[in-house]
Design a binder for this molecule. Structure first.
Ligand SMILES: [Zn+2]
Length: 262
């Protein structure tokens, strides 16, 4: 499931491939992801435009066009971007296919259809309308703001980290990784975390997300100290070599080490 690091990698990919090229055609192949914008409007509003810059907030990617509208992409469960020339390699699951005047295409693929596409004029208004909290990697998001965002939340610290209104960008996989690195059990009540634990959690949140982006959000490239590559297998803890446990927390399967995350 694309989380902050994955979407940041999509942003970098789009920046490196699809900016400043004239759009000659847009095909929208899925009505389901286009809730608020009609296929007709999308096709006509993108025609002859160029993508000029990008912005990411949490798990949303905003692509600015040269008429100052923004195309908003959310990648749902399995979405990704693909820039290519050869139509034969086109996946049948493309939701949105943008064709440029150089003959290349940018496909927004979301096979499981839980993604979203919007056309908007105002990024801040969109963020507010979706009640999104500050982006986890925003330079202004400091320890004090982090404490205010999560420490009063009810439920578990894992669900507080995944709450997009508290902190935007973190989902199931990266909340587990951040909690593992900080040595905190995912079911801990936020109000029971002391100053040192909150400081450690905040530091590991920034570090895990930045490291994941540096590794192109590919678990195979993650440091050996990360728990993520051991998910879903009968994995051993990379720190103590004990067996990892999994448990459903806030409706999601969480992986943790019962020894290291006391
Ligand atoms: Zn361990």
């Amino acid at each position: 499931v694309p989380e902050l690091p994955d979407v940041e990698v999509f942003k970098q990919y789009l920046n490196a491939t699809a900016l400043h090229k004239k759009i000659v055609q847009t095909e929208a192949r899925s009505r389901k992801v286009l809730e608020e914008v009609s296929i007709k409007r999308l096709e006509s509003d993108l025609r002859s435009r160029r993508f000029v810059s990008t912005h990411r907030h949490g798990k949303f990617l905003f692509v600015r066009m040269d008429d100052e509208q923004w195309l908003v992409l959310h990648f749902g469960m399995t979405g990704f971007l693909k820039y290519f020339k050869d139509m034969d390699k086109d996946s049948p699951h493309d939701c949105l296919l943008v064709t440029f005047d150089n003959g290349y295409h940018l496909a927004y693929d979301c096979q499981r259809m839980f993604g979203e596409v919007h056309l908007i004029d105002d990024v801040d208004a969109f963020i507010e309308s979706r009640d999104l909290g500050i982006d986890a990697l925003d330079p202004d998001f400091d320890l004090q703001a982090f404490k205010e965002s999560v420490s009063a939340k009810r439920g578990s610290i894992k669900s507080a980290l995944m709450n997009q209104s508290a902190v935007a960008g973190i989902g199931n996989v990266y909340s587990d990784e951040i909690l593992f690195q900080a040595g905190i059990h995912p079911k801990t009540t936020p109000s029971r975390l002391n100053e040192a634990s909150l400081k450690s959690l905040f530091g590991h949140m920034k570090d895990v997300l930045q490291t994941a982006i540096h590794c192109r959000a590919d678990p195979e490239r993650f440091p050996k100290s990360f728990i993520t590559p051991h998910r879903g297998k009968e994995g051993a803890c990379p720190r103590c070599e004990g067996a990892l446990e999994s448990e459903t927390i806030s409706g999601r399967t969480s992986y943790y080490c019962p020894k290291c995350q006391g």
